[in-house]
Ligand binder design. Structure first.
Ligand SMILES: *Cc1c(COP(=O)(O)O)cnc(C)c1O
Length: 842
């Protein structure tokens, strides 16, 4: 028997040492884990040893729920969501698990009773940075919501040995440091070598006739690699569901190829091992697709093949046949990175399970659903036919056959419309022929969704228009969301407590309940508390900023924050043009009435993206001058905080008062940072782009600072022939800003340093900074004045939080469940729990 409910003190029987929640039991469990798992005595244990001991203690308390949830997957009647993503940007697990299990208080006390500090142990955890930015973080939020909504779900991805690089700033420039997140051990994962699968690469295909006289294909690979699953529990909030995130590590099938060894080719054998292990070695640090990198294609195929083989095994183990595979599993493709899965499922069904093409195609098309994340046509993933054929010869054959049958149908409907046929084709015949992964995902699945209302409309009318004309019923919108557990309860406990004191705790599961706060905005005492909390968090961040950068900032100034990947389309440099505009005003009139502001930036640049790296230098260089100019009198401070990641996000979103969401309209698919800021009471200055549109709709236009061109205006301007120089030459303020940069004022007289950035703005400006400049400055002036009226600002801040219910990832996941996946919650019950039996049946 085991304690069923996780509330301390509610069990009537003797506590199990590994699941019990009394202070004494937790304290003893930590001591045991330190001794028996870490192999340390308290007197020579490091902080990491204590962290590990605590992590194992928490993991033990997840275990009965996890094993019960796993048992659910294999019941034949359970429908399971498989979320396939090349990235999961999880962030640290420990505190999140404490919150979702509801065991923060007893654990904090037990840790304290052991003479330790819970916060210190929480900060000891290396975050698993297995993603670049928004797309990977979305996958992590969705895993949290799937579990919290009690949906049986498996996340499948890659266990990168090195995640996104750590960023340091040296002399104002980004320097990349290898992310060795596994070096001190990962207590949250369990390796399952017994569930390993084999993945093939390269070689050639052969045709043959089987013993029933049927024509078949056989793939003779040049290389095989083993995929080893590593499972991480993903606990739902206040429910028994603990889903599995299954990440795959690549290994050589045997540690040495003995045949090669015997003939004396020892180094050849070692090379093969190295090549195999390279597949899951490192995350590509690009936010946009990487063109033509063979290893990247191998990564994609590797984890997708592992995942599909795993699902097929689970399905067959439950005693069902593969013609009902799509009833058991619904597979969401997070962007095109796993789209090769369409061809791989066909191959597995046809070549390895002897199913006929038509039946296999029917299953495949009912299995996959595809989420599109981009509007930039150049970001649509393509693989050259040559490369794909070399790595995956059988899949290239299958893709050609899918395409042949598909285009035959298209021709029936659109006879003679060769332009349309060229657009729909899975093969781009121009130049070096290539396979279009988005087209493969559109043809091979039953659903295509965008990630914000505007984005979905633009997908239908631009990049996937021909598919929309062909199959409008496949298209739907699923506006992104973020989990309020991590992004409010965990990152902003003070605000969460204040909210709960007014409206109870239900909002954590039903974020629309935050609406209840609207009734509090006329309560002066409540507004005062709201402001005091923001101020306290800003003070903490100010301390952190001083420790990390040496820069002293004023916690009473407005915290104006832009944290996200550094990218031209996100326009961090537009923000900098505003800073220089304010600086020029002060230089022209040292007594100018300027609302004191602290500009906080954070974000990584892809290592090969030179303009983005120059943008970082631009921010830090302007900061160096502004922060030290005596005329500024500390009214402006510019901070670039290094190494933006989930842990850092948890510090900075709650401290923000102004959220910079200033991408050129029509470029950002959704954004999720915008949601985290608004939930935590920041006001947004933003364009009508991505989910900003919906945030403004929800919070009310009077509580949102809107500026800039709309998508249609951008298109019109571009069609007319946009000339940035016209804006420069006709706007004196803008000209002074640009010229000051050009004069070397921010580069110790070096007029060449920022030349590439300026030339790009003056002569190309693909993201139309100069066109949006004046509108942005005017809007920022409005922000500055609004901030002077703190009572009114606080009202707007409260209303932002109160009206962000829509942006919970629980809402997103409910919509996916109802409209796309057709899955129901399956509550996990522990009542019949019997440890001995559970161990035997798993
Ligand atoms: C939320 C988040 C993002 C996405 O931010 P956007 O502003 O939507 O681009 C990227 N990285 C991290 C670490 C995040 O937490």
């Amino acid at each position: 028997m085991v304690t069923a409910p996780m509330s301390p003190g509610s069990s009537v029987h003797v506590e199990d040492d590994r699941t019990g929640l009394s202070l004494e039991t937790i304290r003893r469990a930590m001591a045991d884990n330190l001794y028996y798992v870490q192999g340390k005595l308290p007197e020579n244990a490091s902080r990491n040893d204590f962290y590990m001991a605590l992590a194992y203690t928490v993991r033990d308390r997840l275990m009965p729920r996890w094993l019960h949830s796993i048992r659910n997957y294999s019941k034949p009647e359970t429908r399971v969501v498989a979320y396939l993503s090349a990235e999961f940007l999880l962030g640290p697990h420990l505190e999140n698990n404490l919150i979702n299990l509801g065991i923060q208080d007893p654990v904090r006390q037990a840790v304290k009773d052991s003479g330790l500090d819970l916060q210190e142990l929480i900060e000891q955890e290396e975050e698993p940075g297995l993603g670049n930015g928004g797309l990977g973080r979305l996958a992590a939020c969705y895993m949290d919501s799937l579990a919290s909504l009690e949906i049986p779900a498996l996340g499948y991805g890659i266990r990168y040995e090195f995640g996104i690089f750590d960023q340091e700033i040296c002399d104002g420039w980004q320097v990349e440091i290898t992310d060795k997140w596994l070096q001190f051990g990962n207590p949250w994962e369990i390796a399952r070598p017994e569930a390993a699968v084999v993945v093939k690469f390269g070689g050639h295909t052969e045709s043959y006739t089987d013993d029933r006289g049927r024509y078949r294909s056989r793939w003779i690979p040049a290389q095989v690699v083993k995929g080893i699953p590593y499972d991480t529990p993903i606990a739902g909030y206040q429910v028994n569901t603990v889903n599995t995130l299954r990440l795959w590590k690549s290994e050589a099938p045997e540690s040495f190829d003995f045949q090669a060894f015997n003939i004396g080719d020892y180094y050849g054998a070692v090379d093969a091992k190295v090549v195999s292990e390279n597949i899951s070695k490192v995350l590509y640090p690009n936010d946009e697709p990487i063109q033509g990198k063979e290893l990247r294609l191998m990564q994609q195929f590797f984890f997708v093949s592992c995942a599909l083989q795993d699902m097929i095994r689970i399905h067959l183990d439950s005693g069902r046949r593969l013609d009902s595979f799509h009833e058991k599993f619904t597979v969401q493709l997070n962007d095109t990175h796993p789209a090769i899965g369409v061809a791989e499922l066909m191959r597995l069904l046809i070549d390895e399970h002897y199913i006929q093409w038509e039946a296999a195609w029917d299953v495949t098309r009912r299995t996959f659903a595809f989420t599109n994340h981009t509007l930039l046509p150049e970001a649509l993933e393509k693989w050259s036919v040559n490369l794909l054929g070399r790595i995956l010869p059988r899949h290239l054959d299958i893709i050609f056959e899918i395409n042949r049958r598909f285009l035959d149908q298209v021709r029936l409907r659109f006879m003679g419309d060769e332009v349309r046929i060229r657009e729909l084709s899975l093969i781009d015949e121009r130049g070096d022929r290539s396979v279009r992964m988005a087209n493969l995902a559109c043809v091979g699945g039953f659903s295509i969704n965008g990630v914000a209302a505007l984005h979905t409309e633009l997908v239908k009318s631009t990049i996937l228009k021909s598919f929309y004309d062909l199959s409008p019923e496949k298209f739907n919108n699923k506006t992104n969301g973020v989990t309020p557990r991590r992004w409010m309860v965990q990152s902003n406990p003070r605000l969460a407590r204040l909210i709960s004191s007014k409206i109870g705790e239900n909002w954590i599961k039903h974020l629309y309940d935050l609406r209840g706060l609207e009734g509090c905005i006329e309560d002066g005492g409540f507004r005062h508390e709201w402001r005091q909390i923001k101020l306290a968090i800003k003070r903490d961040l100010a301390t952190y900023i001083r420790e990390r950068t040496g820069i002293v900032v004023n916690p009473e100034s407005m915290f104006d924050v832009q944290v996200k990947r550094i990218h031209e389309y996100k326009r961090q440099h537009l923000n900098v043009l505003h800073i220089i505009t304010l600086y020029n005003r002060i230089k022209a009139n040292p007594d100018a009435d300027i609302t004191p502001r602290t500009f906080i930036f954070g974000g990584k640049a892809a290592p090969g993206y030179h303009m983005a790296k120059l943008m970082i230098k631009f921010i830090t260089a302007v900061g160096d001058v502004v922060n030290h100019d005596p005329d500024v009198r500390d009214r402006l401070k510019v901070v670039f905080l290094p190494d933006y990641n989930v842990t850092f996000g948890q510090r900075v979103y709650p401290a923000a008062e102004l959220s910079e969401q200033i991408s050129l309209a029509g470029k950002e698919a959704s954004g999720t940072g915008n949601m985290k800021f608004a939930m935590n009471g920041a006001l947004t200055i933003g364009t009508l782009d991505g989910a900003n549109v919906e945030i403004r709709e929800e919070v009310g236009e009077e509580n949102f600072f809107l500026f800039g061109l709309r998508t249609e205006e951008v298109n019109t301007l571009r069609a007319q022939g946009y000339n940035p120089w016209d804006y420069y030459s006709s706007n004196e303020t803008l000209k002074r800003v640009i010229d000051l940069v050009g004069s070397g004022h921010f580069s110790h007289g070096d007029t060449g340093l920022f030349r590439p950035l300026l030339d790009n703005l003056l002569h190309h400006d693909p993201f139309m900074l100069l066109a949006d400049y004046q509108s942005y400055i005017d809007c920022q002036d409005g922000v500055g004045s609004a901030y002077q009226d703190q009572e009114h600002w606080t009202r707007m801040s409260i209303l932002n939080t109160a009206r962000t219910g829509k942006f919970s990832s629980d809402r997103s996941i409910r919509d996916y469940c109802d409209d796309i996946w057709k899955v129901q919650p399956v509550p996990v019950t522990l009542e019949d729990y019997d440890q001995a039996e559970a161990v035997l049946t798993v």
